[in-house]
Write a protein that binds this ligand. Structure first.
Ligand SMILES: [Zn+2]
Length: 133
């Protein structure tokens, strides 16, 4: 896979502040006050950093957490995970494999068939209409 590697300064210029803060500084947006948490629109969620398709709207579900939640990505190979010990407990951080942008976390309390909950920040995503992709 071709990597999209930019310097922090280049990202800062390219991205809106909130997307930069989350993707490049591993920030977290507020629950229930973000763009996509309750969105039912159909389409493909792409990485706000590099545009790589990451999640499909049909794999999105209402987890009640206040962040967009998906039970599976378009393909596992598009994501990378890493142990995150920052909150005092072990969580699994998820980032985009192509640009290394921080997306959110993955938990093991999701619905069938995967049992996974990908809890993703809206600002890390861009929803593309099916017909435009
Ligand atoms: Zn990306």
């Amino acid at each position: 896979m071709e990597k999209d590697e930019k310097s922090q300064n280049e990202w800062k210029k390219k991205l809106p502040w909130e997307a930069y803060h989350i993707l490049r500084e591993k920030g977290t947006e507020r629950p229930f006050q973000n763009k996509y948490f309750d969105s039912k629109k159909k389409g493909t969620y792409v990485c706000a950093g590099c545009g790589q398709p990451l999640f499909e709207s049909e794999n999105k579900y209402d987890s009640g957490t206040g962040w967009p939640s998906f039970y599976k990505p378009v393909s596992e190979g598009r994501l990378e995970t890493e142990e995150d010990l920052n909150s005092g407990k072990v969580r699994t951080e998820v980032h985009c494999k192509k640009c290394k942008g921080h997306l959110g976390h993955v938990f093991d309390d999701g619905p069938e068939p995967t049992g996974k909950r990908y809890c993703i920040n809206s600002a890390s995503l861009d929803l593309k209409d099916k017909k435009n992709s």
